[in-house]
Structures are given as C-alpha cells and as structure tokens.
Write a protein that binds this ligand. Sequence first.
Ligand SMILES: NC(=O)c1ccc[n+]([C@@H]2O[C@H](COP(=O)([O-])OP(=O)(O)OC[C@H]3O[C@@H](n4cnc5c(N)ncnc54)[C@H](O)[C@@H]3O)[C@@H](O)[C@H]2O)c1
Length: 420
Amino acid sequence: MTDPQTSRRGFLRDTAVVAGALSATAIPSVHAQGSDTIKVGVIGCGGRGTGAAENCADSAPGVKIYAMGDLFPDHLDNSRKRLKSALGDRYDVADTRAFSGFDAYKKVIDSDVDLVILATPPGFRPQMIEYTVEKGKNLFTEKPVGVDGTGIRKVLAAYEKAKEKNLAIVAGTQRRHQAPYIESMKRIHEGEIGELVGGRCYWNQGALWHKDKLSEWSEMEWQVRNWLYFTWLSGDHIVEQHVHNLDVINWAFQQTPTRAVALGGRQQRTDPVYGQIFDHFATDLEYANGVHVLSMARQIPGCENNVSEALVGTKGTWNSNGFRFTGESRTRIREMGTNPYVQEHTDLIASIRAGKPLNELKTVAESTLTAIMCRMSAYTGKAVTWEQALNSKEDTFPKNLEFGPNAVPPVAIPGVTELI
Ligand SMILES: NC(=O)c1ccc[n+]([C@@H]2O[C@H](COP(=O)([O-])OP(=O)(O)OC[C@H]3O[C@@H](n4cnc5c(N)ncnc54)[C@H](O)[C@@H]3O)[C@@H](O)[C@H]2O)c1
C-alpha cells in the first residue's frame, strides 16, 4: 500500500541527501565500522519486504541480501526471483539461507546477518523484534510495530535492551526521512507558526485488496493471507495505515496524546471476506494543555480521498498537502529530496557504519500505540487514556500459532464491546 505522497516514482533520486537524523554521540557499533559488507536478512517477503530489500540494497554500497524467510513458500520463491533479477550480485541468498514456516524468522536472524528487515503483517512484529534484539542484530522494522498494548509493552522493553546493546533501529515511518517533512518540522519546532493549538490528519481512501478463502486453506492460513482484515494481524486500518499520519502529529507536538474519543464502524465493507475490521474511524485526540487534533481514517470507495496532516499555530498554519505555511512566512517547501523509502536505509546504514546507531523503536511504538488507543475507543465507545492503552490487558495473538482453526472475535459494537 504505497502512500500517494511517497510514491517511489514521485521522487528525484539524485537530489541532495536528506539531512540525516544521526545521533550526535559516538557509540561503539555492534557491526564493524567502515565499509564492510552488510549482510541483510529479509523476513516477510511480500510487496513491502521485497521492495524494502531492493531499497536497502540500493541505499549504500556494500549491502547484500543474504537470507530470506516467509511463512509461505510461494511468496518466498516469487520474492527471491524478483530480487535475483533486480539486484544481480547484491543478491546472495543460497537455498540453505531461504526459509519458510512460522519459525522462518528465527532461522533468518540466526543466519549470520548484520541487519534484519521485518515486513510481515504487524501482529507478528513484537515477537520478531524481541528475537532480533535478543540476538543482537540491527533492524529495519516496517510500521506498525504491534497491534495491542501487550505487544507494545514488549516492543518498549526491546527498545531499552537495544539501547544497551547499541543496536541501530529504523522504522518504516518514512516521513521522518523525507526532506520536506524534516524541513517542515524543523521550522515548526523553531516556532514559525507559533505555539501549536490544533491539528488534523487523514488517511481517507478507497478499497484495498482482499483474498477469498480457498477450500484447501485452513482458517488460520486464510486469515494470514487475508491479513488486512483481522485485528490480531493488522491492528485494523487505523493502526496499519493511519499510523503514518498520527506519527507526524506526535512528531510535530513532540509528545504523545493523553486521551482519545473515537467513533467508527463498518458501513460498506460488511461481507465476512472483510474479516472483523471497521471501514471508518473519526477520533478527537487530546494533547497536553487541552489541544485537540482531529483524525480520520476511512477505506470506503466512492468517497473523497485525502492523505495528509495539518497544524494550526498561534501565528499561522502548515499543511503537508503542498508543504505550505500560512501566516507570517507564507512559504511553500518545494525541495522534495530523495526517495524516503531508500533514504531511511541510507540513514540506518550510515548510522551503523559510523558507530552512531539511530534508534527509532520508541517513537514508532508510541505512534503505533496512539493508533491502538483510537481503535480501542472506537470499538468500545469509551474515552481511552494513554495509560489505559499502554496498560491494556488486550492480547490478540493466537494461543496456537499453527495452521488449523482460529476463531476471531465478532465485529466490535460500540457500547457493547468491553474495554480491556
Ligand atoms: N512504510 C510503508 O509505506 C509501507 C507500505 C506498505 C506496507 N507497509 C507495511 O509492511 C508490512 C507488510 O505489508 P505488505 O504490503 O508487504 O504485505 P504483504 O501481504 O504483501 O506481505 C507480507 C508477507 O509476510 C508474510 N508473512 C505473513 N506471516 C508471516 C510470518 N509469521 N513469518 C514470516 N512471513 C510471514 C506473508 O506471506 C507475505 O509474503 C505491513 O506491516 C505494512 O503495514 C509499509
């Protein structure tokens, strides 16, 4: 699901390098510094995993795709073929380093790789992040990094361990590596539009792909292949997609929201093939000092589309749609910079080689929890505080992770579904 604002084709590849967010303090790297080859293991070889592997190989010299793993052998094979033809000798995945099954991730991480790319459905992320950090590997993790409070607590614990081990971690919230966003946030933090007093963010679009159930698939296999529509796998689309926009708002405010009051439901996408998720959400997010931000996330065809963020300050406004400032400066940022899907890997690898590891895991965990908090409020009809979301006992991960039956909870009904 490529975001319209960051479509790969939309970027000039050879313009100035985005001002990196490398940390200022030199810390010894876990990977040998300098220009040694970085061996990459890819876990989750679908659209984004395959794309991220290419982006990573393109992002710096001396990067090799070295091991790969996917739950499904057919996905693994397709991805291997594509990478072999796209990358030439930067693809070095012997058959002995290509794995399938639910434990494929462990085998990839244990394959003498320096850097792991995680691009499975988000429900698997906490266990995979934990194992990556336990084994002392650097990480590129796609967003979101979990789907419930239980998973996010594991990710936050892994963040602390990764800091102790000086591991580099970059997340697929690529706006943080996109030149006009970086320049916008710099100016906003310097006070160009004054004190922030409000904002709004949207991911409103039409339908995405879905997969009908084949008779030879167990319920579990179908759910994982049709993962967008099950909360335990995607977190619902507010978590899976809208996390990008909420991340920009948290970045602008330099804090996380204190409370969410959300509405949502399933108006058009009611067929069981669409699992249990909603097709629309609207949330009133509250930040410190009573500042409110309106968030909307919709996946309904035939409606108005809008993927953007906007801020209101005491001296002007900013909108990511055109990167326009109003108020005193009345300017527009026109320099689009490099492709952020490549730049995020360039920044990650530079930080590893310089021994100054970036670590974005806490930030992306907080943005993911922001989206989870909105979903919890919409599903239950209750106001949900940050603490309630963070300490929630909700644990959506299946007790038996194997191909076979896997019951899913019914579609949530506000006012009936309990807050846990
Ligand atoms: N940053 C972005 O702009 C962006 C864009 C698209 C997708 N994403 C994210 O990337 C992730 C993957 O999305 P996608 O569009 O590539 O989905 P996809 O369905 O194309 O790929 C997911 C792959 O993971 C595999 N998989 C599922 N469970 C697994 C497991 N337990 N172990 C190993 N492999 C497993 C699937 O077989 C599939 O090949 C999601 O988290 C999504 O939110 C980010």
